[in-house]
Design a protein around this ligand. Structure first.
Ligand code: CP3
Length: 355
């Protein structure tokens, strides 16, 4: 593939390892592959369901590369989903048009947890590893490849609720009333996630991101127990195998509970949701942590002057810190692709003011 050159050789990896800032921040976009792209919808309409797409390396490679060809970001993220782990554990996962994922049967007791099949998950997930291998061989050498998993709390929420929810009451009640029981589910997911991320790196991932989309639901002691501790354990076990592979966390919606999150978990970078200010994050998350984010996805839908002004504000506010430009949450389906191309151009042509 040809196109404008990113800032330097694997600029995101270098930034995360050495905290060195270049003339402009490297960038990629959460959910950069997906339904806002017509070429994605075309492939998606030709498969019976979303999981078939995730488990078909030919198609998953193509879909991973689609946004790379259009926008030349500094990283690709492998096309997969955080709910492949429950699927691999034997809980049936399906995605219904318009109403999001469904997981059956729900996991709500010790007996349900014992029924999960932890053996053989890597076989089940092997198409993802094949996708990573092939994407790595097709990517420009200066484009990094990101692997990912959901954090145990966020994946557990879907497993217990059986899908998306507004209150997540079944999970919150179980975690509060029977923490030792619920903790067994978190343990299963922690172990599975360590194995999964390890294999992703062996297959070619150069960075991994851990998505804790629902970490903002919990009061501080529960946040520490169900979000911080499991992620810290995953990072410690992962780093024992892959000390130089950077890990990015995403404690979405955690607000002031994020104070010290970088230090407590051992991550190298933190992806910030749109509510967090750059200087607050730099002051509170831990020494030397790389900040990623955090454009509001609705501004990318809006485009025009709103996008120009907001992109400029973020570029300036994050400029004093090691920064990966990204959104504060995933690109939504109604986003015009030309707005994404425009944002990529703004970032690519921006130059750090000389101070
Ligand atoms: O480009 C990329 O970002 C790579 C692929 C990716 C997907 N999901 C593809 C996807 C990644 C990194 C994810 C992460 C993910 N999945 C998260 C964490 C990040 C976040 O957004 O908070 C979560 C919570 C999920 C679970 C999930 N997957 C839900 C709730 C849904 C349904 C709602 C929706 O957005 O459609 C999905 C489906 C899904 N995952 C789609 C895609 C492209 C759409 C499915 C389709 O094409 O029919």
């Amino acid at each position: 593939m040809s196109g404008p050159k990113p800032v330097s050789e694997k600029s995101i990896v270098t930034l995360l390892r050495e905290r060195r800032v270049g003339s402009r921040p490297p960038f990629w976009f959460m959910r950069q592959a997906g339904r806002y792209l017509p070429e994605y919808r075309e492939i998606r309409s030709a498969v019976p369901d979303f999981l078939t797409l995730c488990y078909s390396p030919d198609l998953a490679v193509e879909v991973t590369l689609q946004p790379i060809r259009r926008f030349h970001p500094d990283a690709a993220i492998v096309f997969a989903d955080i709910l492949l782990i429950p699927d691999a554990l034997g809980q049936k996962v399906s995605y219904l048009e318009g109403s999001g994922p469904r997981l059956e049967p729900t996991i709500r007791s010790t007996r349900d947890i014992e029924g999960l099949e932890s053996q053989g998950i890597l076989d089940h997930l092997s198409p993802v590893f094949e996708t990573l291998k092939r994407v790595r061989s097709e990517l420009p050498t200066d484009t990094a490849l990101i692997g990912f998993a959901g954090a145990p709390w966020t994946v557990a929420v879907y497993m217990v609720e059986g899908g998306s929810s507004t209150q997540f009451m079944a999970t919150r009640r179980w975690a509060a009333s029977a923490p030792n029981e619920f903790g067994a589910l978190i343990r299963v997911l922690t172990d599975a996630t360590v194995e999964y991320l390890d294999q992703q790196v062996r297959a070619g991932a150069e960075i991994v991101q851990i998505f804790d989309t629902w970490s903002g639901l919990l009061p501080p002691p529960a946040f520490r127990r169900w979000c911080v501790e499991p992620v810290a354990e995953i990072v410690a076990r992962f780093k024992a195998q892959h000390p130089s592979v950077p890990v990015i966390g995403f404690p979405r919606g955690a607000g002031a509970m994020m104070i010290g999150y970088g230090t407590a978990t051992g991550i190298d970078g933190v992806s910030l949701d749109p509510t967090v200010e750059a200087h607050w994050a730099a002051d509170n998350l831990g020494d030397d942590i790389v900040l990623q984010g955090n454009l509001d996805p609705s501004v990318l839908v809006a485009g025009g002057l709103a996008l120009d002004q907001e992109a400029d504000r973020l570029l300036r506010e994050f400029a004093p810190f090691p920064h990966i430009f990204n959104l504060g949450h995933g690109i939504v389906p109604e986003t015009p692709p030309e707005n994404v191309a425009h944002l990529a151009e703004i970032i690519r042509t921006w130059e750090r003011p000389v101070s």
